[in-house]
Design a protein around this ligand. Structure first.
Ligand code: PLP
Length: 393
């Protein structure tokens, strides 16, 4: 039977392939340097510990943090849970008020909901406008009026790519004595993430969105918050400054560090090339189908995500028609739930409009001119336009 060629991958917002250089760096930590980093009586343990601490420096450098401000977790989801629940659980005598937005990733939304179910906090979910933007005056009012413990706003949205002004949001939070936690899972590696310049208090991200392995994430904690200020969710041997017990996943941590080092060296160049590709692709698509809706092309957004819809064309059918490509309708974790996207609904899209959206997300292979197997922006736009025309007839 003839083997089908792999589809052109356009789902980099869901996950990325692991960079070869990352795989090579991880490899020795499975078989040769397999020591437990907490075995401090012999060389294998010391080597593993050194490797983790080197990776911590690499991860910290990418976001301009200090190594002692980084806690390794199993994912961005866990880092987000640790940040929000950790703060709330550290002071149970108080009823906490949290402020977040309706367009956050489910890791934030479900964490807030769970804390509400546990009656430890109440949350205000702030609306966005039809471009996905927040009204900063409204944010300020709500953070101040609620005397909130924490404002949690993502840096970049995973479905639309919209960037949120975390520098201003940190100032707003701090004026009311509140903390700013930001989910930077999509922005790290594609936009400038600098925890010193932005003054965020807590920031979560993950390796598998920046060509590192799955199953490893990090939480930045300004000033390396002590255990009293942040309750651990997983207790045991006291690893990660007591904030995340369990023997560390050394190979994954080493891979995360390497991915951050590579990202730091190459990010600017890739972001520029991705931006050029995205602009070109969207212009060509608009020329071929002027009624295409591109979200949210009037706002600041990531160069890597184009959320497009064609009135009257169901995204499920469009995806089936374009089998040579691999892209999604919405966030990978929401696709299985088959519900309309909560992000698009928050932007005021109707259910039928939500069913028309596709998320095309580009990655660094698109910046490699030498890769002849990748479609030009013209080819991609024409293939999509042709499928749309076919489905409309
Ligand atoms: N936050 C955002 C914005 C994301 O896009 C994702 C992953 O899709 C996550 C959080 C969860 O990341 P992880 O898969 O590392 O748990």
């Amino acid at each position: 039977m003839a083997q089908q060629s792999a589809p052109v991958y356009l789902d980099y917002a869901a996950t990325t392939p692991v960079d070869r250089r990352v795989v090579d760096t991880m490899h020795p930590f499975f078989v040769e340097q397999f020591g437990n980093p907490n075995s401090l009586d012999h060389r294998l343990g010391w080597d593993a510990r050194d490797a983790i601490e080197r990776a911590r420096v690499q991860v910290a450098m990418l976001i301009n943090a200090s190594p002692n401000e980084i806690v390794f977790t199993s994912s961005a989801t866990e880092a987000i849970n640790l940040a929000i629940k950790g703060i709330v659980l550290s002071n149970r005598s108080k009823h906490h008020r949290l402020v977040t937005t309706t367009v956050e990733h489910s890791a934030v939304l479900q964490t807030c909901r769970q804390l509400e179910e546990w009656r430890l906090s109440t949350t205000e979910y702030l609306p966005v406008d039809s471009d996905g933007c927040l009204d900063l005056d409204q944010v300020e009012e709500s953070v101040a009026a609620n005397a909130s413990t924490m404002l949690s706003v993502m840096h970049a949205n995973n479905e639309t790519g919209t960037l949120y002004p975390i520098n201003e949001l940190a100032s707003i939070a701090h004026r009311s004595g509140s903390l700013l936690m930001t989910d930077a899972t999509q922005s790290v590696g594609k936009a400038n993430v600098d925890v010193r310049a932005s003054q965020v208090d807590l920031l979560a991200f993950s390796a598998h969105k920046i060509y590192g392995p799955k199953g490893i994430g990090a939480l930045f904690i300004r000033g390396g918050l002590s255990r009293q200020e942040l309750s651990p969710l997983i207790v045991g041997g006291g690893q990660e400054h007591g904030l995340r017990s369990g023997t560390e996943n050394v190979a994954a941590i080493v891979g995360f560090g390497k991915a951050c080092e590579i990202t730091m060296a190459e990010q600017m160049q890739h972001a520029e090339a991705l931006g050029d590709y995205q602009r070109d692709f969207e212009l060509k698509l608009k020329a071929l189908h002027p009624d295409v809706v591109v979200l949210s092309d009037q706002t600041k957004r990531l160069p890597s995500i184009s959320n497009v819809s064609f009135p009257g064309v169901e995204s499920k059918e469009l995806i089936q028609e374009l089998r040579g490509y691999a892209f999604s309708r919405q966030a990978a974790c929401a696709t299985s739930a088959a519900k309309p996207s909560h992000v698009l609904q928050a932007l005021g899209r109707t259910e039928p409009q939500c069913r028309q959206a596709i998320r095309i997300s580009f990655g660094k292979s698109f910046t490699n001119q030498a890769n002849a197997s990748l479609p030009s922006a013209q080819k991609l736009a024409s293939d999509i336009a042709a499928a749309v025309s076919l489905l409309r007839h």
